[in-house]
Design a protein around this ligand. Structure first.
Ligand SMILES: [Zn+2]
Length: 226
């Protein structure tokens, strides 16, 4: 029996089939429209159908870039995707017409739990994982247990305020850690630096097609490697 894991981010959905040892046997990915939750549901159902064709699936896990309900069925709120009290497990189950269990977990919790079970933290009993993507996610394991906290969002360290009166965040607060340490922050800082010091950013602006707006995270990484 196998499981499907689906990672739903602000820009893409990545999905795979895993065995009981966490080994990935097949994978696929599609782009997402962050402002259109219904199209995200449809894309999730589509990748699950694709991946179920060759494997007997016993469970589906949805890793969502948002605050998840403690019963692990819905996303309460997402800073970077238009989810508000969104019953994503039920929607995907209806689209698939399946009675296979579908569980929703915060994406950083899912990544952290994978590291704890099979990865770099498998010898540890206490662990903090940080996931750096569009935003900044966190997962905390204490005494071999994933810490969800009272409202299911105990590991959301990316929304701790680290800079009073700092940049406004998608969560509605300002100065969140995510606004200073994430892929989005990297691009924002690089664009601002390229505007104020264009003579130092010639290569980067060139690689971005001559426009500061064309600067992306991967281009900044390439420039740093150069
Ligand atoms: Zn925030």
């Amino acid at each position: 029996m196998y499981a499907i894991g689906v990672d739903i981010g602000g820009t893409k959905i990545a999905a795979g089939v895993v065995d009981e040892e966490g080994k990935i046997l097949a994978k696929t990915r599609v782009a997402t429209k962050a402002d259109d939750p219904a199209s995200i549901d449809a894309s999730i159902a589509e990748v699950c159908k694709q991946l179920s064709a060759d494997f007997e699936i016993g469970a589906i896990g949805l890793a969502a870039a948002g605050f998840c309900s403690p019963d692990r069925s819905s996303v309460l709120f997402a800073p970077n995707i238009n989810w508000r009290n969104y019953p994503i497990a039920r929607n995907v189950r209806e689209l698939l017409g399946t009675d296979v269990p579908i569980v929703v977990e915060n994406d950083a919790n899912a990544a952290g739990w994978a590291e704890f079970q099979y990865g770099v933290a498998r010898e540890a009993s206490n662990m903090l994982t940080l996931t750096i993507g569009t935003g900044l996610g966190g997962a905390i394991v204490i005494d071999n247990k994933l810490v969800r906290g009272g409202f299911g969002v105990g590991g959301e360290v990316g929304h701790m305020r680290v800079v009073p009166n700092g940049h406004v965040c998608g969560c509605g607060h300002d100065g969140c850690w995510e606004q200073y340490s994430s892929g989005s922050a990297l691009v924002r800082e690089a664009r601002a630096a390229a505007i104020t010091q264009p003579e130092r950013a010639l290569t980067l602006i060139d690689a971005a097609g001559g426009s500061v707006k064309g600067i992306t995270g991967p281009l900044v990484t390439l420039a740093a490697q150069d």
